[in-house]
Design a protein around this ligand. Sequence first.
Ligand code: ATP
Ligand code: MG
Length: 385
Amino acid sequence: MFNFCKEIEIIFNIIARYAQKESTPVYFVGGMVRDALMGQDIGDIDILVEGSAIDFVKGLKEACDNGFARINVHGAQNPLIDRFFIDIKSVHESFNTIKAQINGIEIDFASTREEDYPHSGCLPVVKNIGCPIRVDLKRRDFTINAIATRILMVDNTVKYELIDIYNGIEDIKQGKLRVLHDKSYNDDPTRVLRGLDFNLRFNFTFSNSDKNLIENFLKSPDRTGLSLDRVKLTLKKLFSSANRAKAAYENILLKKFYKIWCDEPEFKLEWVQRLVESAKIFNLPSEEIFLKVFFENLPANLNAAENSSNYEIYNLYKNLKTIDLALQYAIFDDKNPIFYYEKLKDIKPDLTGDDLLKQGYKQGKALGEALSRLLEEKLNSIPRS
Ligand code: ATP
Ligand code: MG
């Protein structure tokens, strides 16, 4: 059913054997199931333990330190495994999650849990850690991400058992994004943005009923308890691919997804091309530019006067951070920040202060002015292309 690489197969073999020994059901979930079913490369490996993930991983590590991985179920040496090394990276007690590196592969282990949203958009209240898998799956965003696959040992072989109570497999086939219940976008509006991400990555489209749910939610969003950090984190992921940033920005404006966090945006559709270009020109991660445009006060136009000399342009921009240069270009369609960034910013006068001192200048104002004049001359000799 799944075609994992040898390294992952070995890890799942050991996990399945330990899960059997401990009578603890263990699954992989979410994006990993979705991507594997779609034949895509899998991203993060998320393992879900029906019980305590921390106890499971610590127990597994201890067992492996005592040779568990090297001995197969019949007590013979397991020829597959010549080394099995677990390195615990971090432990999060309150959610009972644990990150480990197994044979160099990073794996997130979480305990099954329930989540409640007392207010729209707030961070969820976590409860019932170790709950049955079916209860855990209810907290998930889309049917396509609510498929769990149990990793089982049957007749000394790893078997995979799909748990698809929301018909996610059918929705993967149909390319549909469908939330699990009608309050879902209200509980967590970032699901709208996650849906947009899946739309742009895999061409999944919102089901008609999801379109209605989103439209209704956006008519009167309740932002009182909204976790802006969660919105930013979701947008950061959405915009981290420069290829998709343009379409993501256009969708957010045209479909009014910005209503998740604000009423009327100051950012404009016509900036999009330059915003995308500016990430390349100014060597910035595209998400940094877009998040700044979404959430921070926009800058005033520094537009240099016509006929400004290079030296004047240099002085106008020299104290700006690169991100602010990028915004001057993107928002005001002003090319001077590009000229400054590419041609002027690193220019130095041919002589240093020390050279001038050797020529007889004294420390003080005159020396500073002489250096400025040298810089001015040098800058003004740079051709405008
Ligand atoms: P990606 O390939 O982008 O990592 P993913 O679906 O794995 O996609 P993650 O952010 O890694 O996304 O989340 C893992 C799983 O956790 C999801 O598949 C989903 O089941 C669940 N999940 C993540 N974010 C939410 C959310 N905001 N609401 C509900 N469930 C979520
Ligand atoms: Mg993931």
